[in-house]
Write a protein that binds this ligand. Structure first.
Ligand code: CP
Ligand code: NVA
Length: 308
């Protein structure tokens, strides 16, 4: 059984296969309506259960559409509405029951451990729809978006500005190793990538640079990426964190240091005027709406990878 929990769990070849299938499926359904199934309906008669411990717009809707396009159906649940390891039912029993009803699970959780724990008892695959530690589905669709705009990501230079120690930056570091691109993280000392991911990156020969100077990170980049300064899980002094991230804001001046044809990416939701200015996110170099759309296409391939 194949779970999709972290980019680091898969080989470069498997990850490349997911991206290529996404490109192929996306281009072959150009004439179909948004929720019309692909001609081969590989998920026909099957279903996905999604559980959201935390809010979501894109992940919730893009997975739902992905499943429809694969010809299947989805059921969206919140932990409050079900026996989710609470009261008289253990997580193990909930997992066993869900395994009888559906063919695949997607979980968005506050604790990465929940994914592993739940996955241990399920007899069907589980996909990580964001945890405190990683956001692999988002980063896979970002690779797809990057390659549609700029060609193969291998050897390209990506700059990550702002919080260097969150779920997105962790998955991006893993992707830099697997897809062989250069990643320059510009962040303050107190929000640098954690020791565990840095030592993983070293062991896996990742082209990773961490700098406290945002200009060094942005210089000559093919793409500048950022994320909300305060993540859903953050239990921090918000105003203090925002103050220390201020000089890592992606604005016109910072964008001008990147290549002239560089793109701007953000997984959304966005803190406008904080990590990015309106003129950048709404400007010509921004591809953020395509990123949101591509969640559908990358996740279709992730589901297929899990089931094949
Ligand atoms: N980017 C992303 O995962 O968005 P949601 O929180 O809306 O799902
Ligand atoms: N780092 C953000 C990503 C949101 C999609 C968060 O966890 O809130």
């Amino acid at each position: 059984m194949k779970n999709f929990l972290d980019i680091s769990d898969l080989s470069s070849q498997a990850l490349r296969g997911i991206i290529e299938e996404a490109k192929k499926r996306k281009s072959s359904r150009k004439d179909l309506n948004k929720s019309e199934p692909d001609n081969d309906k590989p998920f026909y008669g099957r279903s996905m259960i999604m559980i959201f411990e935390k809010p979501s717009t894109r992940t919730r809707i893009s997975f739902d559409i992905a499943v429809k396009q694969l010809g299947g159906s989805s059921i969206i649940l919140s932990p409050e509405g079900i026996h989710y390891g609470k009261g008289d039912e253990t997580l193990k029993d909930t997992a066993k029951v869900l395994s009888e009803y559906a063919d695949i699970i997607m979980l968005r959780t506050s604790s990465h451990e929940n994914l592993k724990e739940f996955g241990k008892y399920l007899t069907i695959p589980i996909i990580n729809g964001l945890s405190n530690q990683s956001h692999p589905c988002q980063v896979m669709s970002d690779i797809l978006t990057f390659e549609e705009e700029k060609g193969n990501i291998e050897g390209k230079s990506i700059a990550w500005l702002g919080d260097g120690n969150n779920n997105m930056s962790n998955s991006l570091i893993e992707a830099a190793s697997k897809f062989n691109f250069t990643l320059k993280i510009g962040c303050p000392k107190q929000y640098q990538p954690n020791k565990k991911i840095v030592s993983w990156a070293k062991k896996n020969k990742t082209k990773l640079t961490v700098t406290n100077d945002p200009r060094d990170a942005a210089k000559d980049a093919d793409c500048i990426m950022t994320d909300k300064w305060i993540s859903m899980n953050d239990k921090v002094n918000k105003s203090k964190k925002k103050k220390s991230l201020k000089k890592y804001q992606v604005n016109k001046k910072l964008m001008s240091l990147a290549k002239s044809d560089a793109i701007f990416m953000h997984c959304l939701p966005v803190g406008r005027g904080e990590e990015v200015t309106n003129d950048v996110i709404d400007g010509k170099q921004s591809v953020v709406w395509t990123q949101a759309l591509n969640r559908v296409h990358a996740q279709k391939s992730i589901i297929n990878w899990c089931l094949n």
